[in-house]
Design a protein around this ligand. Sequence first.
Ligand SMILES: C[S@@+](CC[C@H](N)C(=O)[O-])C[C@H]1O[C@@H](n2cnc3c(N)ncnc32)[C@H](O)[C@@H]1O
Length: 359
Amino acid sequence: MRDRTDSFVPTAEEIQHALADASTGELVFFTRQCLERGAFDHVLAVERAFPQRFTEDAALKLTFAVARFVGGERTEARATVEALVAERPADLNALAVLAEMEARSGERASAVRLFSTLVERYPDYPGAQATLAALLMPGPPYRDVLRAIHAALRPETYLELGVAGGATLALATSARVAVGVDPVPAPLEQPLPVGARIIHETSESFFTTRRREDVFGAHPVELAFIDGLHLFETALRDFIETEHWCAPGGTIILHDCVPLSAVTATRERRTRFWVGDTWKAAWTLARRRPDLRIRTILTPPSGLVVVRRLDPSSRTLEDGFDALVSELRTQGYPLEPGRWPALLNVVPNTPEGLTEALA
Ligand SMILES: C[S@@+](CC[C@H](N)C(=O)[O-])C[C@H]1O[C@@H](n2cnc3c(N)ncnc32)[C@H](O)[C@@H]1O
């Protein structure tokens, strides 16, 4: 067992005295408090003070197993939780703890399988989607990848559709003009670069009421990030309009086009983590615009689709747009977690993958 050099735990008598009237629920809450503060040895001491309570209650068994795992008794802890999962198949907490233990033990395939089962049964189980994304898409998160893209391309002009707190607009430090479009004003997460401003409108109104020259002057858009409304017809329309504003050598990046599960990829929002059906926009680009160069970086939580070799004069996607929208509207996401669509040309989330995406 791992030593805590700063370890001090009360005696069993002191714990029994202090927690004499605690219900099982209170003991569970107390041991979770200990774990959240890193005091796994305190949980072990509480178990020694109330051994009977810990053999009778599944939640206490779990917190004890987590404390043992953190303390280094990994094999015993995993065996306890595996037995709990087998005895109590409906216990989502036991499943989540086992999945987490597998992930922390480097058992990737088993962790992916367990987290996939967990999100299938309860997509909003705290942290499950994020951990599954990190397992399936190893490497830096999307904002770090965007930072690296800005550093590689150093765009002079930047357009972002869907800004929220401005964390990604703030990455446009090289841009002389950087414009973010979002109908909902939100407090800024960080200061924006000097050349950046936010226009509070929907992207549709933005493109209807403005000309590129009024916003960017003579310079076409060099880099754009589409991260607005999570419906595919809006994302596709955003792409069409943005491409008209770009130079042929420009780059458009789409967010949220690589879902991890069908339930997070629906038009109607049913989950806390939700990417909507924007994936259909990327699939449409790949199918209908073979002239574009599309590469998809598998960065958590939902990938970045990098589109190059733009054609600002193209009308291909406008033709038959309405028919396409009604044809695709009801389609569900067809792939299992961890299966990637070949048509999006997935590249790894590494410096080499980034170089390939920007080639
Ligand atoms: C996921 S957030 C953007 C996050 C930001 N790009 C980042 O990575 O930090 C999506 C944003 O799109 C905005 N949005 C919704 N509908 C929109 C529309 N029609 N046009 C532009 N933005 C829209 C929402 O208000 C929300 O702030």
